[in-house]
Write a protein that binds this ligand. Sequence first.
Ligand SMILES: [Zn+2]
Length: 437
Amino acid sequence: MPGSEPDLELINVRLPLEQDGGLFKLTVRGGIWSAVEAQQGPAEPDGHIPIGDAGLEELSDAPALDLQGKVALPGFVDAHMHLDKAYSIEHVRNQSGTLREAIEGYRSLAASFSKDTIKARIVKAALASVSFGSLTLRSHLDVPLHLGREVAMRTVEAALEAREEVGSFVDIQYFPMFYYDPAKDGEMTAFAEETLRMGIDGVGGAPHLTPDPEQNIGWAFKLAAGFGRLIDLHIDESDDPAVKTIDTYCDHIVRNGYSGKATAGHLCSLSAMEQPEADRLIAKMAEAGVGAVTLPAVNLYLQGRGDSGNVRRGVTRIKELAEAGVPLAAASDNIQDPFHPFGRGDMLQIGLITAYAAHLAKEEDIPKVLSMLTNTPAAIVGLTNYGIRPGFPAGFVVLDAASGESLLQELPAARWVYNKSRWIHASQIKRQWAKRS
Ligand SMILES: [Zn+2]
């Protein structure tokens, strides 16, 4: 109601995405940003509680908080994850560190993971991500239909149940990785259509790993268009410069009117190509309107395994894609599984790895890196009212840092997360030091 007290008032907030080093006062009413006002300087607290002093309960009862110059960002959008595989490394390791061994190792155990196991992994990884400030996740799903329909459907059911369980904290989109073999068209089409009817969001896959990539891409578009869904494929996750399914993908995007509705993850081989060919494909991507997602942690780990000496890093051409106007996000990909032994669902960690991998470390590069974790993936996954702006939903994370650059310098452990009209996670920062007796 206009004129009523806000649910929440925050003073002395820094908003590094606004490209303004100043302080802001923010107000929330009914879970929506009602005002975002630049302050003239530091504001005197008037009953405002310092955010670092409050635990989750005190925070929830406090209508006014002093952020003391800390940074707030709209909730991170982790646009490419594999929540169903997270934390499986205790069961399946990767001795060679290659993509091939990761796929074969996971597949050899896929049938042994129960629905409850998969569901528990998704819930754990999703909530870990929330604790670091991610509020929208897009996860690919492993659906090994060749191991039997029940095995493939198990992951889909686990994923939908897990989403229900964590739905008051975080929004999750699912894109199963349909493995299209023309010899088994009918079986896969029936399975895929059923998952979309059950509530699966869009169409995924990895055409460069299938018997006929071109047919796979055509099939994926027919399926997605038939259901009016988005498409998000693993594209060219390979060091081999001859692997270029992105070429065909762009043709299909244009032909099917999928500009702005199709995403390409990885694009590793693009970095291995000769410059003129890479230039041609990047220009084609910009023209086609495809969104790109780089997964630098996983690519640094899995790619370049056949090289010695000057080892290729596998990370796509981040700067060149961005300069050509291709929307480019960075994301987690795998967390503690045979595809990536590290990671914790922390987009700030991914931002730092991206900054290293792409040589994005000048002061003016920092907002670009932060956009790759926030605004750009939000657009890629289809969020239309994303950001700290009046009228938009107030889903945000406060981080214990005084600037965008210090986010990457300090990787602050302390985070406070607000979503869907309430605080959902809080760190307390009372540093204590031992006294000398
Ligand atoms: Zn992936």
